[in-house]
Design a protein around this ligand. Structure first.
Ligand SMILES: [Zn+2]
Length: 255
């Protein structure tokens, strides 16, 4: 059973005025992930020392000076850390969290992000567990430029932001990349559902999120003892967001 990392504080839509903070956005996802099919664990806030693994002190200070943003951004990073820890202990997991993180640089941010949730989670894991390398697939419609900035000094972390003109080409890029990818200890996913055909990315169908999840599951089972986790990034077409997250989880989670 796949583990979902969540905290009802993520329902808070007051912390910012942007599409990631939209009211109802978390609700449409959680209602598609029922407790009889998914094992829920509660997200806890990250420690400042964990944020400091990636971000500069001055930048952290500026983010946490806003109390509302501070509370939810620390919780969001903490959710990603928890998802990574679960994955390392053998439970495939996904954090349903916001704000997203993949546009957060070491000392600046944009695109509704504050802290680089994925970079913090992976770096925390590398520093505290017996692993060296990681693969990050970012299937958000937008390139995870922040994740790249935060992790660029670690050559053992490979990051793929697939592009591609259409969905067939997109899936092929992922498939071909995985064929060549060796010596990976864990798979992390920046799961952005704005690449959906009715969202800003205008490309992938619901089934494609299942297909991507499945490719990653098979890769992880074969190459890194099944260790894999995902963190939520974008995804703004609320009528279908929940079913797209579910489709991904059905491919990504244990059969
Ligand atoms: Zn995006």
């Amino acid at each position: 059973m796949m583990t979902i990392i969540f905290n009802s504080e993520f329902y808070d839509s007051d912390y910012a005025d942007n599409p990631a903070a939209d009211p109802g956005r978390m609700e449409v996802i959680i209602q598609e992930l029922p407790t009889d099919k998914f094992h829920y664990k509660r997200a806890m806030p990250a420690e400042i020392s964990q944020i400091e693994l990636i971000h500069t002190k001055d930048y952290i200070k500026s983010v946490i000076s806003d109390e509302k943003v501070s509370t939810i951004a620390l919780l969001s990073a903490g959710a990603a850390i928890k998802a990574a820890e679960e994955a390392w202990s053998g439970n495939c997991s996904m954090s349903i969290n916001r704000p997203p993180g993949h546009h957060a640089y070491k000392s600046s941010a944009w695109g509704y992000c504050y802290f680089s949730n994925m970079a913090i989670a992976i770096t925390h894991l590398i520093n505290t567990r017996q692993l060296k390398s990681a693969f990050i697939l970012d299937f958000d419609a937008h390139t995870g430029d922040g994740t790249i900035d935060c992790l660029k000094d670690n050559k053992a972390i490979k990051i793929l932001n697939p592009m591609g003109h259409d969905r067939e080409e997109y899936l092929k890029i992922v498939e071909n990349y995985l064929k060549e990818l060796k010596d990976i200890d864990i798979v992390g996913v920046c799961a952005g559902f704005d690449s959906y055909e009715k969202d800003v990315g205008g490309k992938l169908k619901t089934f494609d999120f299942y297909a991507i999840g499945r490719m990653l599951r098979l890769y992880a089972e074969k190459n890194c003892k099944g260790k894999r986790f995902a963190v939520l990034e974008g995804g703004y077409y609320l009528p279908d967001l929940g079913k797209n997250v579910l489709a991904f989880c059905e491919g990504f989670g244990d059969e």
